[in-house]
Design a protein around this ligand. Structure first.
Ligand code: SF4
Length: 66
């Protein structure tokens, strides 16, 4: 079975730099901040979303693998 993961977004930490939207298509602008299109991800999406996790300067994104 394909690996799955859950995307967590801590909006209160987010400073709206939009770095996540540059490195991962799951992250889109949402006014001053951002939001993830999907919160349950699998396969290649996990690596893509981990790029957003790494790019975030304030640890507002966590990818939790099952
Ligand atoms: S990279 Fe982090 S701080 Fe920047 S917009 Fe995305 S979630 Fe917010």
């Amino acid at each position: 079975m394909a690996k799955t993961a859950v995307v967590k977004y801590f909006e209160d930490k987010c400073i709206g730099c939009k770095a996540c939207t540059v490195v991962c298509s799951n992250w889109v602008e949402n006014g001053e901040k951002v939001r993830p299109l999907k919160t349950k991800i699998s396969g290649k999406e996990i690596e893509e979303n981990k790029k957003a996790e790494s790019a975030c300067p304030v640890e507002a994104i966590k990818i939790i693998e099952k």
